[in-house]
Design a protein around this ligand. Structure first.
Ligand code: FMN
Length: 427
């Protein structure tokens, strides 16, 4: 599943926040008009900042009408500066979202330029900055663009991966701006997570993982068949990302090893992106052996991969095609066998006999704790913002199983952190 296919407009009651929406000169600028509507429907206060390029594609008047606020287009404008000036706007924002972010703007930001209002705001704000790059697939693939994107990521900005598909120019490939509904849902998730952080979290009592290094795996893996095809699954990484935030809030240093997902990197978290199960294993072993106290395995690792990856696109021929698959490494079990074994937390998705499967996995994979979700329920799990789980502990902790009732993934994540801390102190 991709967010853009399934996301729905979030409910207004769940979210509030002040968003500066930066619109740059790309063909996807028309989608930003709908994005403003979706954000407004979700309860956000939106102020639009347009580059000069953006105004060649869509008029400020459209955004003014949709946002209900004056649109900001100029840096060196005495009248605008006398109203809500650029520093005030930079301080006002809870989030700066640039959608679409053109290759040109990405390059200007990566160079630290402040040659227009939007670029100046990005330098002047303390708010998180998210970019939804959108451009021709060749521009996206260009090494200079990729270098610039990496620079911005290294400086803490969050990239929303573009969708693949047919482009306005007729090309097919990566570079489409995700649909407005998907972007609005991501923004709403982010604010909902912030607003639903447990009470008392900032007190010393809740720093229950202080000083510990937590490594979390999240999202799906992609197992290549040929240069254009792969085997994967529907994992969105939401649970793993929520856990990363909860562990960070509990005082831990967090390394998040993520498969291909469209989620922005939470603030203050080191993220390493991987694609295949074998890459995931290599990164996990490296990070764990450098020193890790808690390992949380939420990634939905493909059980099998193609025995041989074709170096060229497999051509359509005949009515049937057989691809031989071979078993992928068991990442959790391998990490648990390491000499410096961290506290191991596994996840399991089951449809029946939950307790029986959980107990046998705890033993066979040498886990300390396992969280099982019932994937026969359609209202929770993959892609959903909610989850419900049952947590089982290894026998030597003498802790009884814990049911975590249906709640937002961020709330469940915090309860899982409490379970980990409980087990650590019980041992
Ligand atoms: C019809 C047309 C469509 C364009 N679409 C894109 C696009 O989708 N993404 C992009 O990065 N640049 C696109 N460009 C190029 C940008 O408009 C150009 O680089 C401009 O300088 C961007 O300015 P800005 O980043 O300050 O808004 C397009 C240009 C034209 C003429």
């Amino acid at each position: 599943m991709t967010l853009s296919q399934n996301a729905t407009t979030p409910k207004a009651s769940q979210t509030t926040g002040r968003i500066v929406l930066g619109v740059t000169g790309g063909i996807a600028a028309y989608k930003s008009a709908i994005l403003v509507r979706r954000l407004k429907e979700a309860g956000f206060d939106v102020r639009v900042v347009m580059t000069q390029g953006a105004q060649a594609f869509i008029t400020p008047l459209t955004f003014q009408a949709l946002s209900g606020n004056a649109v900001h287009t100029s840096l060196l404008d005495p009248a605008a500066e006398a109203g809500m000036g650029h520093i005030e706007l930079a301080r006002w924002a809870d989030l700066i979202l640039i959608a679409p972010a053109s290759a040109n703007t990405v390059a200007r930001l990566a160079a630290g330029m402040s040659d227009d209002l939007l670029a100046t705001l990005v330098l002047a704000t303390k708010a998180p900055v998210w970019l939804a790059p959108a451009m021709n697939q060749q521009m996206w693939a260009n090494a200079l663009t990729q270098r610039n994107l990496q620079t911005l990521t290294d400086y803490g900005m969050q990239m929303i991966q573009p969708d693949a598909g047919e482009q306005a120019c007729g090309d097919v490939g990566l570079g489409r701006m995700p649909e407005p509904e998907a972007l609005a849902a991501q923004v709403a998730d982010y604010f909902q997570a912030i607003n639903s952080q447990p009470l008392g979290q900032s007190t010393h009592q809740s720093q229950i993982l202080a000083g510990q290094h937590v490594v979390i795996t999240a999202g799906p893996t992609r197992e290549a068949i040929d240069p254009v095809r792969y085997v994967s699954n529907h994992s969105t990484g939401k649970m793993g990302f929520a856990l990363a935030e909860a562990c960070r809030d509990a005082g831990a240093k967090v390394t998040l090893i993520a498969g291909p997902v469209t989620l922005p990197t939470p603030q203050g978290i080191e993220r390493i992106d991987i694609s295949s199960a074998q890459e995931l294993l290599a990164v996990c072993l490296k990070v764990v052996n450098q020193g890790c106290d808690i390992f949380i395995a939420t990634a939905a690792v493909a059980d099998y991969r193609a025995a041989e990856v074709s170096p060229h696109k497999i051509k359509k021929a005949g009515d049937e095609l057989t691809i031989q698959l071979v078993k992928n490494p068991d990442i959790v079990a391998t990490v648990a066998q390491q000499e410096k074994r961290p506290f191991m937390v596994g996840f399991a998705a089951e449809t029946q006999h939950m307790e029986q499967y959980a107990s046998s996995k705890l033993v066979s994979k040498k886990l300390d704790m396992i969280a099982v979700n019932d994937v026969s329920r359609s209202d929770i799990g993959f892609g959903s913002d909610q989850n419900a789980m049952t947590v089982f502990f290894a026998e030597h902790y003498h802790l009884s199983q814990q049911h975590l009732d249906k709640a937002s993934k961020s709330k469940i994540a915090w309860q899982l952190v409490e379970c980990i801390a409980k087990a650590q102190s019980a041992h």
